[in-house]
Design a protein around this ligand. Structure first.
Ligand SMILES: NC(=O)c1ccc[n+]([C@@H]2O[C@H](COP(=O)([O-])OP(=O)(O)OC[C@H]3O[C@@H](n4cnc5c(N)ncnc54)[C@H](O)[C@@H]3O)[C@@H](O)[C@H]2O)c1
Length: 446
């Protein structure tokens, strides 16, 4: 549930008072509901390349109200800025400024999405400069948007069409309410693998998904969201959380597996349970994690070791078992939960930061090992998420952490779950080794 302050200042007198006093003005974000439209309001597809025409045609195919030129004072649901043919930073001005002319016409909770190419493979410094310029431009623009609107980007590998399956998959994710708390981020589409789901509302139909740490918090939300999207769920948690685990497993009509993921045989137990009870294993979500915070000066071995053991060593060992298994060969998916603490760092969390940085390193390196059987591995890095853990933070620290992002509010467990559900789907088959932050564009740190 959105925090009370956000509810209070989203409408009526509270909104007026917050505006007059110059207080933060978060709005209730548009989140995905099955059956709700992908986006409300017309979508302006800006850019004059053939790739832009193809995107406009694809969006028309989804039944959206598409414009190639803005109409005066028309409220827009989204702007898709296609910049796939940049040769020089000088090429940025015209399309970006043209789109800029429509920024005041964005509706609440609108989307701005760029489609450009990855600078890493650019064949000249000027092309690399132009492509990297999109990065700086978009992250800055995201900080200018208001009223729940977000800006995110899709980076295509060389030669990849703007309408390749995962480019469209990512475009749909960013347009929808599934990406409500993703802001100022990029997703790279590295290959033409993947496919759009036959049933839009059940993209995980027929898949069997394991979720660790599923008894509560973000893990329970992941289990519910993957189930909503059609997957059969194996909910994993420690025996001490058995009652909560059983209730989540029952709710999603899945099965419960009581298991400490740091046990040596955890990988084997997970595969055995999934195959014996459900006949297959397609998706593993490494969500279970712990914190044992202390300044490094006060850190003891037990705190350090337990965090490393659960948050990264267990994932590495389970992945080794998955990569060896003949039951994990059919375009499998691994999604790990990292944290912005593993990217920007957080005081008192050297152990946690090391473990979550470790998750990111592991994901990048494992991507190549998943490729031979069309598998992918990615991470999501949540920022401040409203959970039991963050509810226990001292009020002043909690309020600061909650507001210091472009959307001026904490995310919900569902927001992390939606990003994971997308990365676990066939539509994300061309995306691997990526780290997607779900942090409302946190303003502190990297
Ligand atoms: N809450 C946030 O703001 C936030 C931010 C960034 C990252 N994260 C990450 O998201 C994940 C979930 O966080 P949460 O806030 O829901 O935490 P939580 O403490 O509410 O839930 C974690 C779950 O993992 C289980 N677990 C712990 N150790 C286990 C083990 N050895 N084997 C099996 N299960 C185990 C716990 O029993 C619990 O049910 C964690 O990886 C956490 O680091 C959370």
């Amino acid at each position: 549930m959105t925090d009370k302050y956000t509810q209070m200042v989203s409408r009526g007198l509270g909104k007026d008072v917050a505006r007059r006093l110059g207080l933060p003005q978060p709005v209730v974000l548009r989140r995905y509901e099955p059956g709700a439209p992908l986006i409300t309001g017309p979508v302006l597809v800006s850019g004059d390349s053939a790739g832009a025409d193809d995107v406009a045609t694809a969006l028309l195919g989804w039944g959206l109200d598409v414009r190639r030129n803005a109409l005066p004072r028309e409220k827009l649901g989204a702007i898709v800025l296609v910049l796939d043919a940049l040769q020089h930073p000088g090429d940025l001005g015209k399309p970006v400024l043209t789109a800029g002319g429509s920024m005041r016409d964005l509706a609440a909770n609108a989307r701005v999405i760029t489609i450009s190419r990855t600078p890493l493979s650019a064949s000249s410094p000027s092309i690399a400069a132009a492509r990297q310029g999109v990065d700086g431009m978009l992250r800055s623009l995201a900080k200018e948007l208001r009223s729940g609107a977000t800006a995110n980007g899709i980076l295509l590998a060389e030669e990849l069409a703007t309408t390749s399956p995962s480019a469209l998959g990512a475009l749909r994710f960013f347009l929808s309410g599934r990406s409500a708390y993703v802001d100022g981020q990029f997703l790279t589409v590295a290959s033409a693998s993947g496919s759009m789901p036959a049933e839009t509302e059940k993209p995980l139909a027929g898949k069997v998904a394991v979720v660790t740490g599923a008894a509560r918090g973000i893990g329970a939300a992941i289990a519910r969201t993957l189930h909503r999207d059609g997957a059969k769920i194996v909910a994993v948690d420690i025996p001490a959380a058995g009652d909560h685990l059983a209730s989540v497993a029952n709710e999603v009509r899945g099965t419960a597996l009581q298991l400490d993921i740091s046990n040596d045989d955890a990988g084997h137990r997970i595969i055995e349970h999934a195959v014996e009870r459900h006949g297959r294993l397609d998706i593993v979500v490494h969500n279970a994690g712990i914190t044992r915070d202390r300044l490094l000066a006060n850190m003891d071995e037990a705190r350090w070791n337990s965090v490393i053991a659960v948050n990264i060593a267990a994932q590495l060992r389970i992945n080794e078992a998955l990569l060896r298994s003949e039951h994990f060969r059919d375009s499998p998916r691994i999604v790990s939960v990292a944290s912005t603490s593993g990217i920007a760092g957080n005081r008192g969390q050297t152990n946690y930061g090391a473990s979550k940085g470790g998750v990111i390193g592991m994901v990048r390196s494992t991507a190549a090992l998943m490729q031979p059987f069309h598998g992918t591995i990615n991470a999501v890095a949540p920022g401040f998420i409203e959970t039991e853990m963050t509810a226990r933070m001292p009020l002043a620290i909690r309020e600061a952490a909650r507001r210091l992002n472009s959307l001026k509010q904490g995310g919900l467990p569902q927001d992390v779950a939606e990003a994971i559900a997308f990365l676990a789907s066939d539509a994300a088959g061309g995306i691997s080794g990526e780290v997607l932050r779900v942090c409302g564009q946190q303003l502190v740190g990297a």
